[in-house]
Every structure is written in C-alpha cells, then in structure tokens.
Write a protein that binds this ligand. Structure first.
Ligand code: PMP
Length: 528
C-alpha cells in the first residue's frame, strides 16, 4: 500500500517501509473520540479503536465537539492569530489559567510564568535554557564577589593591615603555582587562574535512566535511549543519567562533579583563602511517569529524594509533564499525585486539545529571569489560535471541580483491572501492568527462548511490540503501539471517554493475542 504513497516517496521512505512490513501502512481519513477511520483495499471504510491516542495528546479524544466548535468560532471571527510583538491577550489568559491550575493542585502560593512553544521538546529546551541562565547569573555573581574580595585583600596587604596566611599557599589549587615568597600578587594570580578555569566548567544536567525529553539538538542529549542520542552526543549538553532506583548515587555524582571557586577573606590581620561551591549542575529533569522508556512511575520516596537533592545542591528541578500532565494520570500534573513540586514544569500534548500544536514551560515567578523573554522566542509560539484552544482545554479539565480527572482515574482503574485479569490468566505472556490513570503499559515477557522463529526473531530485534501492533490493527482493528524505547511494552493511552464496550473489545483482542503467544500459533501474527 505504502509503496506508491507520496509519504513514502517524498517524506519518510524508511518509515514507509517499516509500516508496510508491519502492516501498519494505512492512511487515516477521519477521526472522532477513540475511533480513527481508514479504507480497506476495496475502498470500504474501516473504523479502528485508537488506543495510541496521538502518543498521549488526546485526553479529550479526536475532534472533541466542544473543542472543534471553539476552534471554528475563532476562525469565523477572523481572530488575529499572528500578531507578534504585541500584547498577546490569549497567551496571557492561558498563562494565568496554567498558573492557577498548578497552584490549585500543588498548593504553592507563588505564581508561575509561562513561555510558550510549539512542541514538547521545545518546552524542555526553554526550561533548559532558562535554568542555565539562572546558573550563569549565579556563577557570574559569585565570580564578581570573589574578584571584589581579592581586590579588598590586595588593598589590605598594601596598607599593611594584613599579611598572607602562609597556609594559603598549601592549598592544592595554589601549590605549584605560587609560593610564600610570591606574596599577595602570587597568591591572587594562582587564585585567579584557578577561578578562570572553574568558571569555564561545562554545566551538567541530571536525568533519569530510561528518560525521554525530546529529540531536538538540546533535548535529545537528555533522552536516555542511545539509538536516538548517540549519533548527536558531540553536539552539546553534558548529561549524567541516574537509575530511578539508585538515587543514593546522586551524592556521589555531586561530589565527583564538585567545582569550587577560591575566595579570599581578610580577618584578624590575615588573608586566607576559602572554597566556595561553584554551581555546576544546571538542572535535574524528571518525568513523574516515564512514558517512552516503558511506563515507569516515580515513587513518592524517589520524588522526595530528588527534591531534597536539588535543594541540597541548589539546582533546579524540571518536571517534564509533556506526556504525564494535562489530566493523563488523573490530575493536572502527575507529579502532584506523589507530592512532588517542581521549579519548572513542561506541558504539551493534550494541551493542544488534539487540534493545536502548543507547549508551555512554566517557571516559578521568583526564579524568572527578566530578560529571558527578550532573548527567547519563536515565530509561531503563543499564536492566538493555539493559545485560545489550549485555554479551552484547561477550562474543560478544571471544570466541575476536576470531573475529568476523576473520570480518568475511574476509567483508568477499570482498564487496569481488565489488564490485571489478563495478566493473571496469562502470567507466562504478560510480565507486568504499569502506569497511572490512562497512561498504562503492558509489559510482555521476553520471547527470546520461544520455539517459534517469528517470536525469537522479533525478540532479537526488539520489535515484538511492533509485530503485535500490526496484528492488532489488521485482525482486531485496534491501534496500539509500543513505547518509543521499550519495544516489549504496549502503551495504552485512550481518551477520558473510553467506554466499557471499548475496554471489553480490548480484553477480547488481547485475550486472543495472549493465546496465540502462549501456543506460539504465530502464523496468525504474520498472516495478512
Ligand atoms: N517529554 C516527554 C516526557 C515526552 O513524552 C515527549 C514526547 N513523547 C517529549 C518530551 C517531546 O515532545 P515532542 O515530541 O512534542 O517534541
């Protein structure tokens, strides 16, 4: 089918071949709720139950009537959409709505300021840039302070009010560069050289193993999957990845990475040199529920350990809610469910209501750097159409005291209950069911020792989930996909309106699938 598709010919030749190989090479025409429609080879319409939900961007489903009506109204009114370099009213109202929602949920009193972008990765990069601006400012303030103290020491020695403490020359950073005979000038020159080198230290970012924070030049460095990251690793940002269940390693990393500035102090007629911690770690990025890495939720304890670490070393905590936020886990922010509070939040996906491309980076007002909005911008960011659609989405989420969040929680429990039944019936096939709200993952057991060559082969190439996705689409008319970096985890991310009938349809389909896998009846998987 895809061989003669312009998509395959002019856009994504390789992806086109992959989709054809898996039987996923269909073109969808229409969509509503949890249903997508394509045509079969005879031109007959085929409805498909969509559980991929736009990679998590459809908490209100496809073409929600209220969101569509709102969008139509905006277009009918000829609303100004691209009025850059003016007071963007819609962006302002959206910013206020986002700040209110975060404060309501986290009970933080401080407002948040929003920087808008066009994609999740862009929001992540805005947070990274802003956090780095904060770090650079702090570093510069510290450098200014040490330079002023050095000048004061020089002056005190010149006036004869102080002498250099001979111990100052014993410091590792000074030894070999200056000796007592070199006096204050020798000492200050060694201190200056050390500080200049310290100031040039490349900043470090921390992220969790299995993390996914985007694929742009900056954000891909923060994405754990080496298939996405490795070819571009020389392009920039220095990142260390920490396993979610080994957070005790953080203190060792902080110790390894510690850089000090040397500061001079004059007291009791002596010039002494003291160490001041230099800010090296710009930020720690976390997803409260890792999505692409295989649906792994951060525990309350892990969240607390990360927050305390950030407080201890004075680094910013960026909570990436691009996929987990906007109601997906049964709350505006998934992090609020574990009592974790961020200095920054990134939001996107469902923020656009399935119609607009928009993302937001939120930062605590007291951290906000005034000139950031003068030096960071994008032509399409904060357009009035996307901002207005997004504000409608926030209103819908927050309406009736959070009825949608309760619905997501209830539907999620129902769906997870059904999946748990399947896991008890097929413990040999389903290894784990994970996730929160309507952000669920079904982890399949490794098929590396299966007798069937089809299964062994797919285990070898890490493509089992893709093989099964093709089967589910062709045979069961269910659209499902594995997570981006864990090919044996099927992600299930329907809208808040998933019905009992749809859940039962999935049960039947997965039950048949598990039976095929148990009996290695794999002809069914590959038969057209
Ligand atoms: N962060 C997270 C947690 C994500 O799940 C994603 C997308 N899957 C991104 C960032 C990047 O978003 P986008 O694809 O819109 O750039």
């Amino acid at each position: 089918m895809s061989a003669d598709s312009p998509f395959t010919e002019f856009v994504q030749p390789q992806m086109g071949r992959v989709l054809t190989a898996l039987g996923l090479d269909v073109e969808y025409e229409r969509a509503e709720g949890n249903t997508l429609h394509h045509r079969d080879d005879q031109g007959e319409p085929v409805p498909v139950l969509d559980l991929m939900g736009g990679y998590g961007s459809l908490i209100f489903g496809h073409n929600h009537p209220e969101i569509v009506a709102h969008a139509k109204e905006l277009l009918d009114q000829n609303r100004a959409v691209h009025a850059q370099f003016s007071l963007r009213g819609e962006a302002g109202r959206l910013g206020a709505a986002l700040s209110d929602a975060v404060r309501r949920e986290t009970s933080v009193k401080e407002p948040y300021l929003a920087t808008f972008g066009n994609s999740g990765a862009e929001a992540v990069e805005a947070a990274v840039k802003h956090a780095e601006l904060v770090r650079v400012r702090r570093a510069a303030a510290l450098a200014d302070e040490t330079a002023a103290h050095a000048e004061a020491a020089r002056e005190a020695v010149r006036r004869g009010a102080a002498v250099v403490d001979p111990d100052a020359f014993q410091l590792p950073a000074v030894q070999g560069h200056a000796a007592p005979a070199d006096g204050i000038e020798g000492l200050l020159s060694a201190v200056g050289a050390h500080n200049a080198a310290a100031l040039a230290t490349r900043p470090l970012f921390l992220a969790l193993e299995r993390s996914f924070h985007g694929k742009l030049v900056g954000s891909v460095q923060l994405t754990y999957n080496s298939g996405f990251r490795a070819p571009f690793q020389n392009l920039g940002t220095r990142v260390r990845f920490v396993p979610m269940d080994r957070l005790e390693l953080l203190d060792r990393i902080a110790e390894d990475e510690r850089v000090v500035l040397l500061d001079t102090e004059v007291a009791d007629g002596q010039v002494r040199v003291v160490e001041r911690d230099f800010p090296v770690i710009t930020a720690f990025l976390v997803e409260p529920v890792q999505g692409e890495g295989g649906i792994h939720a951060l525990t309350t304890e892990a969240g607390r350990a990360i927050r305390l670490f950030c407080n201890r070393v004075g680094t910013a905590l960026i909570i990436d809610e691009v996929q987990s936020g906007m109601g997906r886990c049964g709350a505006f922010l998934a992090s609020s469910l574990i009592g974790l509070r961020g200095d920054y939040y990134t939001l996107s996906k469902s923020l656009g209501g399935g119609l607009a491309k928009i993302s937001a980076m939120l930062v605590r007002r007291s951290l906000y750097q005034g000139e950031f909005d003068l030096i960071h911008s994008s032509t399409f960011a904060m357009d009035d159409f996307s901002s207005s659609v997004a504000r409608k989405v926030v209103e819908m989420l927050e309406a009736d005291d959070g009825a949608v969040y309760r619905q997501v929680t209830e539907r999620g429990e129902r769906l997870a209950g059904m999946l748990a039944d399947l896991r008890s019936a097929y413990p040999d096939i389903i290894e784990d069911i994970r996730g929160k709200g309507l952000f669920l993952g079904v982890q399949l057991r490794d098929q590396g020792t299966a007798r069937s060559m089809v299964l062994r082969g797919s285990a070898y190439t890490g493509s089992l989930g893709y093989l099964l996705s093709g089967y589910l689409l062709r045979q069961e008319r269910i659209r499902i996909a594995p997570t981006g970096s864990a090919g044996n985890v099927l992600r299930i991310q329907p809208s808040a309106y998933i019905t009992d009938v749809e859940i039962e349809k999935l049960r039947g389909a997965l039950d048949r699938l598990c039976r095929i896998l148990r009996y290695e009846d794999t002809l069914h998987l590959v038969h057209p």
